[in-house]
Structure formats: C-alpha cells, structure tokens
Design a protein around this ligand. Structure first.
Ligand code: GLP
Length: 251
C-alpha cells in the first residue's frame, strides 16, 4: 500500500481529485466505485469545481456506489442516494443511466445483490474505487466479523457503526439497522483503490490497518493484499505512521 500524507482535508481532496481527473482523462468511460460518509465530501466538492472549470467530463463515466442503508427510500434525506445526488451527481454532467447505487428498498434482496454484481461485471468491473474507513475498520459496510462476504450482500450493521452514524440522524433509534453493501471481493476486484481518512478519530484504525495482521476483525486490513492501493491521510489520521513510513508522495 502506498501512503500519501497531506496537511488537511483539502490537501487530501486535491490529491484524490488529481488522480481521478487523470484517470478519466485517460479513460473517459471509466467505471468509478464511490463512497459516502463525511470523508469524501471535500473530494466531491473538488471534482465539481474541476468540472465547472471544464477540466473533467463525466458524460461517459459510470459509477457504482459501495452501499446503501436498507429500509431508506432514495428520497430519504439520509439515504446514500440522496447524499450522492446532493453532493456530486446533480452538479456534474453524468448520465442518470450510468449511475448505480444499491437499492435500499429491493423486496428480493438476494436477487437484487446478484443483479448488482452482474451489472458491475457487465460494465467491465470497477476501475477506480474510492473508499473511506469506519472507526472499526469497515470498508463499505463490511463489518468486522468472523467471516467476511465476497459479493454484494445484505448486512446487519454493528452497534459501533450505528453509534458512529447516528450523528446524521435525529436519534440513535432512527439509524437503519441493516444495509446492502458491496462485498470484500467486489472491492478487492477494483483495479485501483484510493482510501481516504482524516482526523484524529481515524488514527488508531489507520495504524492497525497497516500494522495488524490481515484479519476479518479489521476488514480494511485485506487491502494489503491488493496490488494498487493508495491511502491518503491527513496529519491527524496518519499520526501513528509518521515514524519511518512517511514515504512516497508524502508532504
Ligand atoms: C460509513 C460508510 C462507509 C464510510 C464510513 C466512514 O458508515 N458506509 O462507506 O467509509 O462509514 O464514514 P466517515 O467518512 O463519515 O467517517
């Protein structure tokens, strides 16, 4: 895994956007895997800014989101559908039919998850996957567990994740208990992965991701088996990595 350390959220956003912009320039119909949460917000703002400057054309880009809460309709303010349209899609020239976000209301969940995987495959797989990381080491909604699931699946959220995400809801009770998420193999099959982490709250898990063994207890630790992962952190999230590992691309 390559580590890149910047001063703050904006530095991470610019670095991520540089890589995404360059990727789309080389492959205008790139298949992007997208994440939600607070972390990618600055990157999405930076992508919108560059689109407005005429630097990025999203007209052929295809996207697949990592996950969605189960039980929330697309127009729910906290659905990831709503998040993606508000924070990115409605500001850029992406075609609606090229946008894929797991459905939070599919009645036949298993069939739906299979279909999501098939659609990704039909698009040729994910070229560039953007990831955040949960404080418990989850990626997408692949929660720490004895066994991890390979493909897109229905998942029960951990108490830790429900508590962490309750900041977006009026109360803890309102946080959905279930979600649909890409699986570990869906994520690991992406050709290139960018994981973003910022703030003190992520420092411990970032250290563990680099230094623990590869364990289902820290789903993000599996990224160490991937040949093209770049971890972009700010100084706070990377604080325990400062010694010796501040290498390639760090500033
Ligand atoms: C959420 C999402 C993840 C995200 C993570 C971190 O629950 N399912 O995809 O990476 O938690 O979120 P944040 O960036 O807000 O810390």
């Amino acid at each position: 895994m390559e580590l890149w350390m910047g001063n703050d959220s904006q530095a991470i956003a610019e670095q991520a956007a540089d890589r995404i912009e360059e990727f789309i320039r080389r492959k205008p119909d790139a298949v992007l895997g997208l994440a939600t949460g607070s972390t990618p917000l600055a990157t999405y703002r930076e992508l919108i800014r560059r689109y407005r400057l005429g630097r990025i054309d999203f007209s052929q880009v295809r996207t697949f989101n990592l996950d969605e809460y189960y039980g929330l309709s697309p127009d729910h303010p906290q659905s990831y559908h709503n998040y993606m349209y508000e924070h990115l899609f409605r500001h850029i020239n992406i075609e609606k039919q090229n946008i894929h976000i797991p459905s939070g209301t599919a009645p036949d969940v298993e069939a739906y998850c299979r279909e999501y995987e098939e659609t990704i495959a039909a698009c040729g797989g994910i070229d560039l996957q953007l990831l955040g990381i949960g404080v418990n080491g989850h990626i997408g909604f692949n929660e720490p567990a004895e066994e991890l699931e390979p493909g897109t699946h229905f998942v029960k959220l951990s108490d830790e994740t429900i508590a962490a995400n309750s900041r977006f809801f009026a109360s803890l009770e309102e946080v959905p208990r279930y979600a649909i998420t890409m699986g570990m193999s869906t994520i690991m099959s992406a050709r290139k992965i960018l994981l973003l982490a910022e703030g003190e709250g992520k420092a411990q898990i970032i250290r563990q991701m680099f230094d623990s063994g590869i364990t289902t207890g820290i789903p993000a630790s599996f990224l160490r088996l991937h040949h093209d992962v770049t971890v972009l952190v700010d100084r706070q999230a990377g604080r325990y990595l400062m010694n010796g590992r501040e290498g390639a691309g760090a500033r």
